[in-house]
Unconditional design. Structure first.
Lengths: 147, 379
């Protein structure tokens, strides 16, 4: 990583990232999203991928790098929220929150776009699409993969 | 390890919604009740573990211990606090440790002071993920996908536990029958969870006094011995990508607890398993090995967790139907059953009980901490 964590902590995206309990170490991910790129944190020694930013379970911080990922995965599990616990979800219920298992291995939480609730199924193939969010971040969302 | 320490005092305050008491007062009452129950004077408590967040308890309670520790590892905290109490006794730092809980949850709700931060999940909140129901629903949905578990199976958990609560005065479910049909027609909260798959917060205090087995034998109550205990953290299953198949990381905790106790599953008379949602005891019964993976639903549907079943589970109604003392519910129920004080709900055979706690669902996701112990009437 070229920038230090102290430098990343000053990044303009940090205000939004902190609101969601995030960490300066994840700035390159969110910068990537703003640029239309879905990145994961990879250990170059063993090719394990991580999200959010992590030390490798085997190699620690020896050779971690943010790399462009496929943006593809499968739906691992999901819920349909029928209750709005926050003001910004009040007009969205019911809505789907899914856990996507990315091709590279990590899990990623997302809504499922372009898919009726009753067509959401475990194991369905998904692909990423970037979407602006009220926080100022650009966030990955997943939708059924094009055949 | 086995039976070096015992539980000699139990204090359970009123439990319910809108009690109108502060958390600290509930803890103070629980300690008073536990001291009275054990027949010990106030200055006997030389160690104090406050489950969950610390407050200025000692001055208010007139206690003078050698140490006061605040402990937080989610719903595993109550069992963990008893394990830590034993460790402090073994380390020569105390002889009688009070493990204390007391929260006025409904005061938060009415004052609007509830800290939703603790129910948030970091980045997944960008997608509207909030509340423990949604995160536990991920486990339930995955279990349904893998094994064909149904909403009716989850309903059988709710009904089984309500049937226990019907016999227990002071529990929320006392005199309030619940049918499977009522479960099935209750509104959806976070699919597949309906209202009766979920718990609700209650007010209450519970204190447990832990001391050496030797001192326990000189006190008025029949001691409840800690035969073995274990812990397991789910992060290893996160690293392996198997966190949704594993509600908790039970395997290492089970191995240590049963190893210390020198017991097998067949020796366990009842299970008090942490139950924030119906899926939780169902998956734990599988993970502990009472049934094979995927057979938890059928076990409940066939009455296997009922009083005459394979493994009577959450025998006081649990947190789903009795009260939610965040893990102390099952601890108290095990002690009452083992002492023969469970009234109309007393099991025919109550020599040993498995007790579990789990929690800390936060961060990127999930139920992280797990702690279990085996309690026994005899050393």
């Amino acid at each position: 990583m070229s920038e230090t964590l102290q430098e990343l902590a000053q990044h303009p995206l940090m205000e939004a990232i902190r609101r969601y309990g995030g960490d300066p170490a994840d700035v390159p991910f969110w910068e990537g999203c703003s640029a239309g790129s879905f990145r994961l944190h990879r250990c170059n020694l063993c090719q394990r991928h991580y999200w959010p930013a992590s030390r490798c379970v085997e190699h620690g911080a020896a050779d971690m790098q943010w790399v462009e990922a496929s943006g593809r995965g499968r739906l691992y599990t999901y819920t349909v929220m029928h209750r709005a616990y926050t003001a910004d979800t009040r007009d969205k219920v019911p809505f789907v929150i899914a856990v996507v298992q990315l091709e590279e291995g990590p899990f990623y939480h997302s809504n499922i776009l372009d898919c009726a609730h009753d067509e959401v199924q475990v194991d369905m193939q998904l692909e990423v699409v970037m979407q602006p969010h009220a926080s100022g971040l650009t966030i990955p969302q997943f939708r059924p993969a094009a055949r | 390890m086995r039976s070096k320490c015992a539980i000699v005092g139990l204090g359970v305050t009123a439990q319910g919604v809108g009690l109108g008491l502060e958390g600290r007062e509930l803890r103070a009452q629980a300690v008073d009740l536990a001291l009275a129950d054990a027949g010990l004077p106030r200055d006997a408590i030389d160690g104090y573990i406050r489950a969950y967040v610390d407050r200025e308890d000692l001055r208010y309670m007139g206690l003078s211990p050698n140490f006061s520790v605040s402990m937080m590892t989610g719903g595993a905290t109550p069992v963990f606090s008893i394990v830590a109490a034993m460790a402090m006794i073994e380390a020569g730092q105390a002889e009688v440790v009070a493990c204390v809980y007391g929260e006025a949850q409904s005061a938060f709700a009415t004052s609007g002071k509830q800290d939703i931060g603790s129910y948030g999940y970091g980045y997944p909140m960008l997608y509207g993920l909030l509340g423990a129901a949604a995160t536990h629903a991920f486990h339930a949905r995955r279990h349904m996908h893998l094994y064909g578990t149904t909403s009716e199976h989850l309903g059988a958990v709710a009904v089984t536990q309500r049937d226990y609560a019907l016999k227990r005065p002071g529990s929320l479910g006392y005199g309030q029958p619940l049918t499977l049909q009522e479960h099935q027609s209750s509104p959806m909260i976070a699919d597949p969870f309906r209202r009766y798959d979920c718990t609700r917060n209650t007010d209450g205090g519970i204190a447990v006094l832990v001391t050496t087995a030797e001192r326990a034998r000189s006190l008025r109550n029949k001691p409840v011995y800690v035969l073995g205990a274990g812990t397991g953290h789910n992060i290893v299953n996160w690293h392996k990508g198997q966190v949704y198949e594993n509600h908790d990381n039970i395997a290492p905790a089970r191995a240590r607890a049963f190893g210390q106790a020198g017991l097998s599953l067949a020796d366990i008379d009842m299970a008090q398993l942490y139950d924030p949602f119906t899926i939780s005891p169902l998956m734990q019964l599988e993970a502990f090995g009472f049934v094979k993976a995927g057979q938890g639903g059928p076990l409940y549907a066939e009455g296997g967790a009922g009083p005459d079943g394979l493994i009577p589970t959450n025998t006081g109604g649990g947190q789903l139907s009795a009260y939610y003392s965040t893990g102390f519910t099952g601890v108290a129920e095990a002690i009452q059953q083992l002492r023969g004080e469970a009234g109309d709900g007393q099991l025919k055979k109550a020599e040993t009980s498995l007790v579990s706690g789990h929690g800390m669902n936060a961060g990127v996701q999930n139920t992280w901490a797990h702690a279990c112990m085996i309690l026994g009437r005899n050393p």
